[in-house]
Design a protein around this ligand. Sequence first.
Ligand code: ZN
Length: 133
Amino acid sequence: MLKVEHIGIAVKDIEESNKLFSKLFDKEPYKLEEVASEAVKTSFFRMGESKIELLEATNESSPIAKFIAKKGEGIHHIAYEVKDIIAEMKRLAAEGFTLLNEVPKKGADNKLVCFLHPKSTNGVLIELCQEIV
Ligand code: ZN
């Protein structure tokens, strides 16, 4: 894995949270994007080499809605950039980690992504991501 690409934070109201985090970081999000397949609205703030991603559910069956119902707002996942997501998925599966998708999915911010089940990673939801070029 190359670096922490972003940290995902689950929020109830992304417009309110965009204002809050804009104040906190003293900058605006550089991107707002809806990912229909994941039922989320996202925004991204650039923080040097890494980013902060805010996520709001767009319906009740969104993974973000389920997360907030269970745990409340807060840190949802840590995303690591990888060079070759397919090779990394194979490596991690062989090491015994549980992958939540068998093939990379199209995620937000022009990325191919794969999630690892938090049960196999000390309770931390991990996202692998590779930029689509
Ligand atoms: Zn993410």
